[in-house]
Design a protein around this ligand. Structure first.
Ligand SMILES: *Cc1c(COP(=O)(O)O)cnc(C)c1O
Length: 402
């Protein structure tokens, strides 16, 4: 019944597994028939804190009863508290809140371009000229996923994401992910920023190799180019650090967060940067009706507090190491590679196995909801509140299916 309605009236831009979910709590989901499933996707890392986390939900409810939206034409009494929390936690001086991840990426693109035109050379040597109007370039990586706006899909290397949606925004160059030589070749005097995921989630849980981010950081310093990291999926504990870039002991100039910033309760995203970069924005330059509204601020604050209070970063690291170890012990002719960091794990199947989708369908029948990515990879990304017993429960089912 439900499925008929959805398929009759809904646009056909998704092909969900045939399960109709009506309730969630922690790592568990229930369908309309009362069947119970463990969620191994966590809404692409948006529900790192677990489904319907009590504290986040009650922060939302309380705020909804009090005040929902004022527009940014006026101040509200919650936004400052959210700013203080996110800046203290991340170590950046300024925050610019938006709603969806794609909007935050667009914001970072605007920031880098404006910085290029207004500041890039002037600070080093006032006699040199700025990046010439309309010439700014941003370098991105092959296999990237940064969202679905026309500008962003324009620099995707996934044909389907672009097909039929052009013309696209110029000013982007694509390099091989993990190849520092390729990046060096692509940099020019018009380069204002490098936009990367520290590890590619949609790309198939791909890590660029050790030392790469450090080399990128060094190159950005030498060339006076902004390093912009999209941690919408990899951030907020997913990889066993608060941010994935911490594995490489670097810090980006611009950090993009979203998804788990609200624990799945409400869309909240943000761009973080120090004031010397963020101050390219002046009143009227950029904005969003809902960005930074009181509900978003209250929810974002609670979501960040939960990550700290429940030690989710450490849980992700410890249980991630455990799970990767256990997965590697599985002897299966179908598995090509297990790779991961924290509770962000890709099980890559050999091509002979015939694609990951059918394994995800099998796992669903056993009560484990996974999503394939890039045809041959089963992506494992449970809520970070998961326990060792729950992981053992899941491992049993994965062993059975592969
Ligand atoms: C999900 C995601 C986005 C886009 O976020 P939306 O909220 O869907 O717009 C951007 N970058 C990365 C790395 C993501 O995983």
């Amino acid at each position: 019944m439900y499925k008929i309605l959805e398929d009759k009236y809904g646009a056909n831009n998704y092909k969900p597994l045939d399960v109709v979910i009506s309730k969630g709590k922690g790592v568990w989901l229930w369908d309309t028939e009362g069947n119970k499933y463990m969620d191994f996707l966590a809404a692409y890392s948006a529900v790192n804190q677990g489904h319907c986390h009590k504290k986040i939900v009650s922060a939302a409810k309380n705020q909804i009863d009090q005040l929902t939206l004022t527009s940014r034409a006026f101040r509200n009494d919650k936004l400052g508290l959210f700013y203080e929390k996110i800046c203290t936690m991340t170590g950046f001086e300024k925050c610019l809140p938006m709603n969806s991840g794609a909007e935050a990426v667009e914001t970072a693109i605007k920031l880098a371009r404006k910085w290029g035109y207004k500041k890039k050379f002037k600070e080093q040597d006032p006699s040199t000229h700025f990046v010439r109007s309309g010439q700014a370039e941003i370098i991105v990586a092959e296999g990237n996923f940064h969202g679905r706006t026309t500008t962003i899909v324009g620099f995707s290397s996934e044909e389907q994401y672009k097909d039929g949606f052009g013309p696209f925004t110029p000013g982007f160059k694509t390099v091989k992910f993990g190849d520092i030589g390729d990046l060096k070749k692509a940099i020019s005097k018009n380069t204002v920023g490098i936009l990367l995921e520290p590890a590619q989630g949609e790309g198939g849980i791909l890590f660029p190799g050790s030392g790469y981010l450090q080399e990128v950081r060094k190159l950005c310093d030498e060339e006076n180019v902004l390093l912009m990291l999209d941690e919408i999926q990899s951030g907020l504990g997913r990889t066993g650090k608060l941010f994935c870039y911490e594995h490489d002991n670097i810090r980006p100039d611009v950090l993009i967060v979203g998804k788990a910033l609200s624990g799945g309760v409400y869309p909240v995203s943000a761009v973080l940067a120090d004031d010397k970069y963020m101050n390219v924005f002046n009143p009227g330059d950029h904005g969003s009706t809902y960005g930074g509204n009181p509900v978003a601020a209250a929810v974002g604050l609670a979501a960040l507090e939960v990550i700290e209070e429940e030690n989710l970063v450490e849980n992700s690291r410890i249980l991630g190491d455990y799970m990767i170890g256990e997965l590697k012990k599985i002897e299966s002719v179908k598995i090509k590679e297990i790779r991961g960091q924290g509770l962000w794990i890709g099980v890559e199947l050999k091509h002979e196995a015939g694609g990951a989708r059918k394994y995800c369908e099998e796992l669903m029948k056993l009560g484990l909801l996974c999503k394939e990515t890039h045809e041959h990879v089963i992506r494992i990304a449970p809520p970070l509140v998961i326990t060792k017993e729950e992981i053992d429960w899941a491992l049993e089912r994965i062993r059975e299916v592969v």
